[in-house]
Design a protein around this ligand. Structure first.
Ligand SMILES: [Fe+2]
Length: 270
């Protein structure tokens, strides 16, 4: 009996040890929409969840430096409490360098201020902007490279914020033929009118974070329409839009992952 309990204990330690290890073992996924090496190179970070992040910031900086993207997109979920803000600003500072960063917030960022009676959310966004980051909420900015203009469109979180697609598209430049959007919750793809967006980059699902049999990690924890359609991670074409759902970098509830390694994504676009 004792031997059985000892074996069970060792197996438990090994199992949790592996999940702890996996949560820190980041992978770089490359998605090529362009054939050659020219064109636009975007690096996507999402779901940092700074309080439970297991991936070393130094490792993230090293990957960014090596990839040298044209800009970085960050698609939400950085903090879960106002007290996490200094940690997140430190992270931003360490990865920023000379990189242009476009950012939108995720549901956790909004939920951090649900009980806040003052202007905590505005103060948080102000501090992020002071770190040299451009927040795009239902807004667009033109990024130009090699005389090609790209509309970069940030859409407010589908679940927590009050998104306004008309406002996002109103601010797009007509000189640009390529529209690149980013938002936290990928369910927004089901509301975007056809021909308005070519690429949409999201996070939110964490790839399930901790695998469970019979898709339980999605059935129990997620109410999103895309999950019910079996769309949970990676590249999909929906309504003419190239949608990529990143597994994200950090973790919620526990600093553990199973069969869903943390991810940094690099997109190559014509
Ligand atoms: Fe998240």
């Amino acid at each position: 009996m004792y031997l059985f309990l000892i074996v069970l204990l060792i197996l438990g330690i090994l199992f949790f040890g592996y999940m702890w290890f996996e949560a820190g073992n980041v992978e770089l996924n490359r998605v090529r929409f362009a054939k050659g090496s020219r064109g636009l190179k975007i690096l996507h970070l999402t779901d940092i969840h700074i309080d439970l992040l297991r991936v070393k910031t130094k490792k993230v900086s090293k990957i960014i430096m090596k990839e040298s993207p044209d800009f970085i997109l960050m698609s939400g979920d950085y903090i879960s409490r106002p007290s996490h803000i200094p940690m997140f600003l430190k992270f931003l500072n360490e990865i920023k360098g000379n990189n242009k960063i476009y950012l939108c917030l995720g549901n956790h960022d909004y939920e951090a201020f649900l009980r806040d009676k003052k202007d905590g959310l505005q103060q948080y966004m102000k501090k992020v902007e002071e770190a040299g980051v451009t927040i795009l909420h239902d807004n667009a900015e033109v990024f130009e490279k090699d005389n090609i203009k790209y509309n970069i469109i940030g859409i407010t979180d589908y679940r927590r914020g009050k998104h306004d697609l008309d406002s996002a598209f109103k601010n797009c430049s007509k000189d640009s033929k390529i529209n690149i959007a980013f938002s936290h919750n990928p369910d927004i793809v089901l509301e975007i009118p056809r021909d308005k967006v070519d690429y949409l980059f999201c996070g939110h699902f964490h790839g399930g974070q901790i695998w469970m049999p019979f898709d339980l990690e999605f059935k129990v924890l997620r109410k999103e329409k895309l999950c019910k359609m079996g769309i949970k991670r990676g590249l999909h074409k929906i309504n003419g839009i190239n949608l990529y759902i990143s597994k994200g970098l950090g973790n919620v509830l526990f600093p553990l992952r199973l069969f869903s390694r943390p991810e940094i994504t690099v997109y190559h676009i014509n």
